[in-house]
Design a protein around this ligand. Structure first.
Ligand SMILES: O=P(O)(O)O[C@H]1O[C@H](CO)[C@@H](O)[C@H]1O
Ligand SMILES: [Mn+2]
Ligand SMILES: [Mn+2]
Length: 413
């Protein structure tokens, strides 16, 4: 019996990317800067958390060692006691974008070597013919925004006008995205989804990675809140991923959180969504119970990124890591002989960094399994090594990208 559980802590980078300079991110390090802030008492918040970053379970899987591997510098924030069968390493991204689909597709064995389309940081950000087509084909009287913006700020700025006029708020960022915020009740959730599907078709020729529905509630600038009815409309991966290879042979891929959306529902057997990291963790545990021989549970924990990384909320990010870590023993307790658990990330989002965008970083590759020897898997040249390791573990033939480290951790031949 072999099963694999892949948990992505969205945006939990560990620094050290060789090409960070090219992205304006030289020195960015999500984990290290959070740990430093915590150690110096700069991430204390009443009734939320205080003191040094406390993630003993991830530390015992080798998070500190992985951090050292990523940067080449010893990481002093955690002890070095490891679980006997834990493995640890770091991985460099070869995809050109530091976005969520690029990170996840590369993890699943498909590096993204082409360039996505991006909208310039100008006002307007969208080409005039695209805007005209969105209005005409989306049957709205106009659009608001039409610029680069953080999602919470733009709702505060245009939300009341949106309610008054019915014009959706359209914005973008350094990522290949066109995001559309609209009120769940006044505009309507279904209408927002339909509008996004129209826009998805319109931006296909521009190679835009995702159109994202960003519904919100509230009646005034000070009270608007985004809801968990966010929906991502991604382009499908251009080649088969690990997920397609698994489902093609009849194995199940259970997608927890936004994994289904990220892969445009290709190679997905079942989607399980929930609101918030902790509810998502419950879903992931349930999926672990339900997975059978040859199956993969692929979970994404998005709050790290959306609620704390983009919001540059260091204390919030630290608290979210600590909350996740407190739940980890529940997942470890479910591991049986033949199981492989890997914790990783898709890019960085250093909450101490300038701006509000992702940061180019290496990612942790830590995990364990009762039948494994564990050990140091070193610095992996591509995230695809994760997917290839899962592929080998689940008995698939090697794919086109990446190198399995299965033998290094004492996996069965
Ligand atoms: O500021 P918000 O709306 O959260 O946007 C963020 O979320 C998008 C998708 O994850 C990213 O491209 C980033 O711009
Ligand atoms: Mn992400
Ligand atoms: Mn993000």
């Amino acid at each position: 019996m072999a099963r694999a559980f892949l948990f992505v802590l969205d945006s939990f980078g560990i620094g050290g990317a060789a090409d960070a300079e090219r992205y304006g991110d030289a020195g960015a390090n999500t984990l290290a800067h959070i740990a430093e802030a915590c150690a110096e008492g700069r991430a204390d918040r009443e009734r939320l958390r205080q003191g040094p970053l406390f993630v003993p379970h991830m530390a015992s899987l080798g998070l500190g060692k992985a951090a050292g591997t990523a940067t080449g510098l010893a990481f002093a924030h955690f002890g070095t006691d490891l679980l006997a069968n834990a493995f640890h390493g770091a991985a460099q991204e070869v995809s050109s974008g530091k976005d969520t689909p690029s990170g996840h597709w590369e993890i699943a064995g498909l590096p993204v070597r082409f360039d996505w389309g991006y909208f310039p940081d100008t006002v307007p950000a969208f080409p005039a013919d695209l805007t005209a087509a969105m209005i005409r084909e989306g049957e709205v009287s106009g659009i608001l925004g039409n610029c680069h913006a953080p999602g919470t700020e733009i709702i505060e700025r245009f939300g009341e006008e949106h309610i008054r006029t019915g014009k959706p708020i359209c914005y973008t960022s350094v990522d290949s995205v066109l995001q559309i915020a609209a009120h769940e009740v006044h505009f309507g959730l279904e209408r927002l989804y339909e509008f996004c599907q129209v826009v998805r078709r319109l931006v296909d020729p521009l190679r835009i990675g995702r159109v994202i529905a960003r519904p919100f509630v509230g009646e005034t600038a000070g009270t608007f809140q985004r809801t968990y009815n966010r929906h991502d409309y991604a382009v499908p991966p251009p080649e088969p991923t690990l997920l397609d290879r698994l489902t093609a042979r009849g194995s199940r891929v259970i997608a927890v959180g936004k994994i289904g959306d990220i892969f445009a529902h290709r190679g997905i057997s079942e989607v399980r969504k929930a609101a918030g990291n902790m509810a998502m963790f419950d879903k992931a545990l349930g999926a672990m119970d339900d997975a059978g021989d040859g199956d993969l549970v692929f979970a994404n924990f998005v709050d790290f990124d959306t609620e704390f990384g983009h919001r540059r909320d260091v204390a919030g990010y630290a608290a979210a890591l600590e909350a996740f870590d407190r739940r980890l023993p529940e997942a470890l307790a479910k591991l049986q002989q033949g199981d492989l658990l890997i914790l990783t990330a898709d890019h960085g989002n250093d909450p101490t960094w300038r701006g509000t965008d992702h940061t180019r970083e290496r990612i942790p590759v830590i995990g364990t399994g009762p039948g494994l020897r564990g050990g140091d898997v070193g610095l992996r040249a591509t995230f695809a090594d994760i997917g290839e390791t899962v592929a080998e573990h689940l008995g698939l033939a090697p794919g086109r990208h990446g190198t399995s480290f299965h033998a290094m951790i004492g996996g069965h031949a």
